[in-house]
Design a binder for this molecule. Structure first.
Ligand code: SAM
Length: 450
């Protein structure tokens, strides 16, 4: 790969003797990886022979986007060094967590693996198209404790002052760690680009810090090597907000201390981590963890988002639930957006004034005099939560994801909704009429599987 001359001069100066190995790594093939979803059975067709050493869910290798394992949310493809960010965050069950710049959802799905549907995960993305992809990925992973928002950091800070136990800022950056994966990242690069990115990162962090509770944590990460966006950002943060202290990160072999001399010299910067492609099997990242000791914002008493379903909607859903669900839904958590019904995570604060993409788990759609369950619900339910489930073959799975009907002599009902399961993984709902299963796989997600 042809690296920009100014990039080489800069890193030659910064890395000295190590620079040659760093430059040589750009001519090696990129590292791919995937994480398995701990809320799903482990697929038996995956090659799990090459685990990523610092996460129990990560493996080196590739999973096709058109495979059952991908479609059903049993796996999420993620570059291995990015997996270190979720591991550093490692939220505990029940926490309120914000992922401020979350699309397409790699870190969000990783954070959710720790939360296991408890607490509240607010997953935000500023770009509308990317927010839609983020929502699809949270649905694919089966998340029910997650609000997906399409907001800017200022609005998030206004709505959630001193609200979160943990905030992740996986910042937009100059992407030097993307050079091998995405040659376009090389063409965007210029000498001034890291400084321009750093300005934006400081603006984002100025808002992000307002959302953290005293005692809460900030995790900051980038996929770039530029000191301006890494050590220098943490230096600025510690100088601007003395209420923060660095939490030292434990580093497995190949992951090294950040470099205080690349920032303001504060020795605590060593606690942050650098992932370099010539030292470990990943594309490269920077991660820092900080604890907020004293408040930055005053806590605002947050009002719960009230349920808003009409009587008629409530009856239609109750009828559906009585026929098909093996668990109780708390009606206070139901939220209608037009004819769409959602189950809000417990303790959802008021969503007024926010651009909401998903106010929780999408349960389904009100049609004239009936309720139709959603694809997201099919992927979020645990085994046994839906009354009628049927195991389908891989051939039938191919029909389903292509949008076709299929027939079967072995269905649990004659007429109505059935949850389709292939190799133990949830696929979608189908509607049974005698021996035919009508297709309800979302039109926009259909594909031809080979
Ligand atoms: C590194 S990517 C996030 C990757 C994501 N966390 C993941 O793991 O899949 C950074 C994100 O920041 C978003 N972004 C760009 N400008 C922003 C801004 N001013 N405020 C907040 N987010 C921004 C980008 O659209 C992008 O999705």
């Amino acid at each position: 790969m042809e690296l920009p001359a100014a990039f080489k001069t800069k890193y030659q100066h910064l890395l000295g003797d190590e620079a040659a190995a760093f430059f040589a790594s750009f001519n090696q093939p990129e590292n791919s990886g995937f994480r398995i979803n701990p809320m799903r059975p482990v697929p038996d067709d995956l090659d799990l022979s090459d685990p990523v050493p610092y996460t129990e869910w990560g493996y080196y290798g590739k999973v096709s986007g058109h495979s059952l394992d991908h479609q059903s949310g049993a796996v999420y493809s993620q570059e291995p060094s990015a997996m270190f960010v979720g591991e550093v965050a490692h939220p505990s069950a029940g926490m309120r967590v914000l992922d401020l710049s979350a699309a397409p959802g790699g870190k969000t799905t990783h954070l959710s693996s720790f939360l296991q549907q408890t607490g509240l995960l607010v997953s935000n993305e500023i770009m509308p198209k990317r927010a839609k992809v983020l929502a699809e990925n949270t649905e694919r992973f089966g998340l029910s404790n997650t609000l997906v928002l399409n907001e800017n950091p200022t609005s998030i800070a206004k709505t959630f002052p001193a609200f979160f136990d943990q905030v992740l800022v996986d910042a937009p950056c100059s992407g030097e760690g993307m050079f091998r994966k995405d040659p376009d990242a090389v063409s965007y690069w210029s000498t001034d680009y890291p400084a321009a990115c750093a300005k934006r990162q400081r603006e984002i962090l100025t808002e992000a810090v307002k959302t953290i509770k005293p005692g809460g944590e900030l995790v900051y990460s980038t996929c770039t090597f530029a000191p301006e966006e890494d050590e220098q950002i943490i230096s600025w943060l510690l100088e601007t907000y003395p209420q923060f202290e660095v939490v030292p990160i434990e580093k497995p072999a190949g992951i090294i201390d950040a470099k205080p001399e690349w920032g303001n010299g504060d020795p605590s910067l060593k606690g942050a981590a650098r992932l370099f492609p010539h030292l470990m099997r990943g594309e490269g990242h920077f991660v820092a963890k900080l604890k907020l000791t004293d408040p930055i914002s005053d806590t605002k008493k947050s009002h719960r988002q009230a349920s808003n379903v009409s009587r008629n909607q409530s009856h239609l859903f109750e009828d559906f639930a009585a026929d098909y669900l093996n668990f109780k839904v708390d009606s206070h958590q139901l939220m209608a957006f037009g004819d769409q019904l959602y189950l809000m995570p417990e303790g959802t604060p008021s969503l007024r004034k926010l651009k909401v993409v998903r106010p929780g788990l999408h349960l389904g759609t009100f049609k004239k005099n009936r309720f139709e369950p959603s694809y997201a619900l099919a992927l979020a339910l645990q085994p046994g939560q839906f009354k009628f489930e049927t195991a389908i073959s891989e051939t039938d799975w191919k029909q389903v994801v292509h949008g076709d009907t299929f027939t079967s002599d072995d269905l649990p009902i004659k007429k109505g909704w059935v949850r389709l399961i292939c190799n133990g993984q949830p696929v979608a709902f189908g509607k049974v009429v005698n021996h035919t299963v009508k297709n309800f796989f979302p039109k926009g997600l259909r594909f031809k599987a080979y």
